[in-house]
Write a protein that binds this ligand. Structure first.
Ligand code: SAM
Length: 312
């Protein structure tokens, strides 16, 4: 690692898809010049700190994320006295974010950033004591025989409670035979992977997601429950190794091309092992058509969702 000019936070380098919360190391000006360090690794610490940190604040993530990214910048990424910039749109409320950061010792000047963006530029709090990363919101839930605590925050799917579709899939999977390893495609904060491994349905899990913040929460939830979970930042289900069981609470907001590719990849996983996938009941026919290449499917209808299962 020759020169290290800057850490870029929250901006996906070209080719990294829609990954959110990615940290990219740039030896030059551009985020895409450097390798990608997923947020969940960066929060554990990086090999070298930099004299400059540029944070692009993701939208729809809530103000709590400002505290997490501020902590990351000051305690993990920045050299002492480093220049730290926050980039955002006017709609994200730069004045209130500036006030909020000032209250915890940041000194930031507001500038026009170009392209409709606002830049808050300055330094983090001096001699800030590291009290650990801010604690995300969490809730308790019973999954099978285990009482679990799930951290779920910063705009991840279903932050208050286990989603009904997730719950239906859990019920079906908890009744199934135990396997050595499972893949949870679109793991979110980890309700399926953590819940199933904690109950002995699988020995360990790999969880994919395009959202690095969700993957960080999943990893923290797994650690707390004593569960072995490998987080994988990827939009491609095939990037997780073949596993005897794949579970998926299907992301149904993808566009048509993404959905086709995603579902074709789930079909491939369903050929290699047992597949359990859940969608809202109103989408049953559409997603059954995507899974048709797998032949006859068992369905497990619930009050609002349906689980598809590859025939055993
Ligand atoms: C309906 S949520 C389910 C989350 C979690 N499994 C649960 O049951 O609470 C779908 C998840 O898929 C993720 N996602 C979207 N596109 C994806 C893709 N191409 N590959 C993997 N995950 C994806 C979203 O970020 C989201 O976390």
């Amino acid at each position: 690692m020759a020169e290290l000019d800057c850490w870029h936070v929250g901006r996906a380098p070209e080719g990294a898809g829609r990954n959110t919360g990615v940290v990219a190391l740039a030896a030059g000006e551009r985020a895409q010049d450097g390798p990608v360090v997923p947020l969940f690794d960066a929060l554990d610490g990086v090999a070298r700190r930099a004299p400059r940190v540029e944070i692009t604040l993701p939208v729809y993530r809530g103000k709590a994320l400002v505290r997490l990214l501020g902590w990351l910048a000051v305690h993990r990424l920045a050299e002492p006295g480093a220049e730290i910039s926050w980039w955002m749109t006017k709609r994200q409320g730069p004045a209130s974010i500036q006030r909020m950061l000032a209250e915890s010792g940041w000194r930031l000047e507001k500038e026009r950033g170009g392209g409709g963006l606002v830049r808050l530029r300055g330094t983090g709090p001096e001699d800030a004591e590291d009290e650990g990363a801010p604690v995300p919101r969490s809730f308790a839930a019973r999954v099978g025989a285990r009482e679990l605590t799930f951290s779920a925050d910063y705009g991840v799917f279903s932050p208050e409670r286990v989603d009904d579709g997730t719950d239906l899939l859990l019920q079906v999977a908890l009744d199934g035979p135990p396997v050595s390893r499972l893949a949870d495609i679109g793991v979110g904060y980890g309700a399926l992977a953590v819940g199933l491994v904690a109950n002995g349905v699988a020995g360990s899990a790999v969880g994919t997601d395009v959202d690095a913040i969700a993957l960080w929460l999943a990893r923290e939830n797994a650690r707390r429950a004593g569960v072995e979970l490998t987080p994988l930042l990827s939009a491609e289900p095939a990037d997780a190794e073949p596993t005897p069981l794949t579970v998926c609470n299907v992301p149904t907001h993808l566009d048509a091309d993404e959905t086709r590719a995603f579902m074709a990849s789930l079909v491939a996983r369903g050929r290699a092992g047992r597949l359990l996938a859940v969608v809202h009941a109103s989408l049953e026919r559409r997603y059954a058509a995507h899974l048709a290449p797998l032949g006859a499917l068992r369905t497990h209808p619930g009050p609002s969702h349906v689980v598809f299962e590859t025939a055993r």
